[in-house]
Design a binder for this molecule. Sequence first.
Ligand code: 5GP
Length: 189
Amino acid sequence: MTTTPARLTVLAGPTAVGKGTVSADVRLRYPEVWLSVSATTRSPRPGEVDGVHYHFLSTGEFEAMAARGDLLEWAVVHGRNRYGTPRRPVEERLAAGEPALLEIDLQGARQVRETMPDALFVFLAPPSWEELERRLVGRGTEGPEERARRLETAKVELAAEPEFDVTIVNDEVHRATDELVALMGLRTR
Ligand code: 5GP
C-alpha cells in the first residue's frame, strides 16, 4: 500500500471572493478537514469567536509572535491589520500525516510558496469582476473608504491567478467547497 504524504493546501484569492464563506462551509460540512486558525490584530466581528475564527491579538502580542518566528507567514492586509498563520499547529498536523488547509491572502500565499513549495496553491476566483464588486458592497460590513481600499487590493490580487496551481470559481459555495475538499484528496459527500 502506498501512502500519499500529507499536504498543505493554501487557499487564496481576491478580497470578498468568498474565501471566508468557503472556509465556514468547510468547517460546517467537513469538520474532518483541519483548517488553520490565523492570528489577527483586527477586532472580532459579531459572531466571531476567539480561537475558533481567529486568534484576536493586540499589535504587541502579534509582533512578539512574529519576532519569535512563530508565524509561518504574516502580512498587513488591506493596508491595515496584521494577519498571520501560527507555525506550530500546521507543522504538527503535517508531521502527523494529516492534510492541512490555510485560507490566507496573496502576500501570505507567496511567503508560503517560498518556504513550502510543495504545497498546493488554490486560487478562488469570482465568476466575474461585477460579481466581485457586488459581493464586496453587499457584505455591508465595511465603510466606503474600507470598501474602496479592498477593491484596489482585489484588482491586484485578481492578476495573480497564473501564479497558482489551480483555480476554483466560486459560483456556488457548496460546489466550490466540494471541489476544494476533493483537491485535498478527501472524499466529498
Ligand atoms: P477578514 O478580515 O475579512 O476576516 O480577512 C481579511 C483578509 O485576511 C482575507 O483576505 C483573508 O484571506 C486574509 N487572512 C486571514 N488570515 C490570514 C493569515 O493568516 N495570513 C494572511 N496572510 N492573510 C490572512
